[in-house]
Write a protein that binds this ligand. Structure first.
Ligand code: PEP
Length: 237
């Protein structure tokens, strides 16, 4: 079963738009559709759409207490959320880091939710040795005191530079393939998804890779495009 994770980021502006967006998503037999909407829409969406898994784009690593403005994984679990995205580069841009992400992964796993852990280089690195040492560095901090093969972990290889906001294109399938080999060599046996500028016209280049799915940002807000991308993934299974 492949998984397509829709990261809506801080969109859309109203609950009505959110409900309409999900209504337009196709449901597949062999493709899991997971949606990470803004926190505010989680309860109504979880209540209304039973065939889709919903989760959050972030959490705080404590269960409860004096942490103004934060939401805990236990709260996400209690309302029926299934997963949390951790270490997205847009979180790092506003001050988070890999050490904080490490604490978040632990708290998400302890709450019996799936942790979708983003990682990847910030800038384009052409030298493969340097690239691998960057991946190694990130993994070391992210998974300190965590079993890399904990079944609650999904890795999202998503280099910051490849996110569509930066208009620098997507990662070549060769490099994605190197990443998969690299991580498997470390003994990682869980799911790996790719994220970064996935569109209708480039999804095909990734379909032969041993990936378990995709993390999709901008195109997940355009249901026609999103469905078309999912159709192509579905056909390739
Ligand atoms: C993301 O930010 O998680 C993402 C994958 O974005 P996009 O698909 O727009 O590159």
């Amino acid at each position: 079963m492949k998984t397509v994770i829709a990261n809506w980021k801080m969109n859309p502006l109203s609950l009505n738009e959110a409900l309409n967006l999900v209504k337009k998503y196709k449901i597949y037999k062999n493709l899991d559709i997971w949606i990470a909407p803004p926190y505010l829409y989680l309860i109504p969406l979880i209540t209304k759409f039973r065939k889709i898994k919903f989760g959050s784009q972030n959490i705080y690593f404590q269960d409860k207490g004096p942490y103004t403005g934060e939401i805990s994984p236990k709260m996400i679990k209690k309302i029926g959320g299934k997963f949390v995205i951790i270490n997205h580069s847009e979180r790092r841009k506003i001050g988070e880091n890999f050490k904080i992400a490490n604490q978040k992964i632990i708290s998400v796993i302890n709450s019996n939710l799936t942790a979708i852990v983003c990682l990847g280089e910030d800038k384009i690195i052409k030298n493969i040795k340097i690239l691998k040492s960057e991946w190694q560095k990130q993994i070391k901090i992210l998974f300190k005191n965590i079993n890399l093969n904990n079944k609650s972990i999904i890795l999202a290889y998503e280099p910051t530079w490849a996110i569509s906001t930066y208009k620098q294109g997507s990662v070549s399938p060769e490099i994605v393939s190197e990443f998969i080999k690299f991580i498997k060599n470390l003994g990682f046996n869980n799911k790996i998804v790719y994220g970064g500028s996935v569109f209708i016209d480039n999804i095909k280049i990734y379909l032969d890779l041993p990936l378990d799915g995709f993390l999709i940002g901008s195109q997940s807000l355009k249901p026609k495009n999103f469905n078309k991308i999912c159709d192509l993934i579905d056909k390739s299974i």
